[in-house]
Design a binder for this molecule. Structure first.
Ligand SMILES: Cc1cc2nc3c(=O)[nH]c(=O)nc-3n(C[C@H](O)[C@H](O)[C@H](O)COP(=O)(O)O)c2cc1C
Ligand code: SF4
Ligand code: SF4
Length: 387
């Protein structure tokens, strides 16, 4: 492993900032051995929940929803996967095996409802050798998140000190995106003694089978995510970075090395990856590490620390700071335009006219400079130029 990828995450020395997120991809020794082989810095194990129902996943568990029209599409992974299937003692046995054989750092994930369970299980996973604990305060399926998002901050404030008081290894707190203000929740986590924030888990969503008139996948709400989900996380992490002292593990929507870079620029110390592994297998971790290194080479960075948090603080303009003078207008390269009419259809300002003789589109004085038409011209004939 390239030494430049090393990071220190709340005292944990990781060989790469890439962590495999809690889910089926980290459910057992065999899975974690693959993460180790392909160079992840750590794994967060599948969550062991106190709620008994949460140990039993149904089949099927997944569906991929591709929807939209032409240029306007999205890919969503919808899942109905519950927690670790077996007992807490089995969970600890797996940790012991991992720690005996593997180099990778192992972060246990537990999700409890009662203080007694949080404390007891935290002690057990620590005794089994876990390097850290991630408190799953975020599972969209679990009753204390799904049914009680309104009291999640109180729950974090109440339970985090219990786990902190029970163990001496780092304790991370995982945040649901289903909250009003993640910065506020980050401050709650900080005040409660968390050693690091994982942001984020997934939301509950629904798709509808319109013929049978029921929700898809077991007739209920499912966890949903996809490549699109990175943007919400980047926005809030960049804000948290300047408002809390805690290190952040960015999570959601990673599909390539550049996404790891984006999370670090937004202030993450580590980056968690989940559904990409379900989609491409564990070997993709190597590609993510390579992508990160390629970016570092290009910019001459010697360590991940060199560019962490660059796109935060004053790099992010507030509403009042944005220049509102209209400086741009679209321009069509006649040689490239094939007269397909796509741009004239979409311009809500009627800023594009059509020359029937030449069979070409051209920009008129009504163009507002919104820059939408270049995104859709199939011939890349439109560019934005100074007015
Ligand atoms: C099938 C599946 C199972 C998951 N199980 C857990 C879990 O047990 N505990 C947990 O904290 N997060 C769980 N998650 C959430 C992931 O850890 C991660 O936060 C989320 O998927 C966003 O990352 P991604 O966009 O890279 O998939 C699960 C996600 C998926 C897709
Ligand atoms: S979308 Fe492009 S190719 Fe089509 S008419 Fe407009 S400028 Fe020409
Ligand atoms: S830039 Fe916007 S306003 Fe101008 S022609 Fe294109 S779509 Fe219309």
């Amino acid at each position: 492993m390239d030494e430049r990828l090393k990071v220190n995450y709340a005292g944990l020395e990781l060989r790469s900032p890439i962590i495999l997120a809690s889910s089926g991809i980290t459910k057992a020794y065999e899975n974690v051995a693959k993460a180790d082989k392909y160079g992840a810095g750590a794994v967060v194990l599948k969550t062991k929940f106190e709620e008994e129902l949460m140990a039993h996943s149904p089949t099927p568990r997944f569906t991929i929803i591709r929807r939209g029209k032409g240029d306007y599409t999205s890919t969503t992974n919808m899942s109905y996967e519950q927690g670790y299937e077996f007992s807490i003692d089995d969970y600890c046995d797996e940790i012991r095996r991992m720690k005996a054989d593997l180099e990778i750092k192992v972060i246990a994930s537990i999700g409890c409802s009662t203080k007694e369970c949080w404390a007891e299980w935290a002690k057990k996973v620590e005794a089994a050798g876990a390097d850290a604990i991630e408190m799953n305060l975020s599972c969209p399926h679990s009753d204390y998140v799904m049914g009680n998002t309104g009291r999640i901050n109180d729950f974090i404030a109440e339970m985090t000190p219990v786990v902190k008081g029970a163990v001496s290894i780092p304790v991370f707190t995982k945040m649901t995106p289903q909250i009003e203000n993640p910065v506020f929740t980050a401050k709650v986590m900080e005040a409660a003694g968390s050693d690091g924030i994982t942001a984020f888990s997934r939301c509950l969503g629904m798709d509808i089978d319109i013929e049978n008139q029921v929700p898809v996948l077991h007739g209920g709400y499912g966890g949903h995510g996809g490549p699109w989900s990175i943007h919400y996380a980047l926005r809030w992490i960049s804000d948290m970075y300047t408002k809390t002292e805690l290190p952040i593990s960015g999570c959601g929507g990673v599909v390539e090395g550049d996404d790891i870079v984006k999370y670090i620029l937004a202030g993450s110390t580590t980056v968690q990856v989940c559904f990409l592994i379900y989609t491409y297998g564990y070997s993709i971790i190597e590609k993510l590490n390579e992508g990160l290194l390629a970016y570092m080479d290009k910019h001459g960075y010697k360590s991940v620390e060199d560019f962490r948090g660059i796109v935060t603080g004053s790099k992010i303009k507030m509403l009042k700071d944005v220049d509102r003078t209209k400086t741009l207008i679209a321009s069509i390269d006649e040689n490239l335009c094939v007269g397909c009419g796509r741009c004239t259809d979409i311009c809500i300002f009627d800023g594009i006219s059509f020359d029937p003789e030449k069979k070409k589109a051209f920009i008129n004085a009504k163009c507002d400079g919104c820059a939408l038409c270049p995104c859709f011209c199939p011939r890349k004939a439109i560019s934005m130029v100074k007015r």
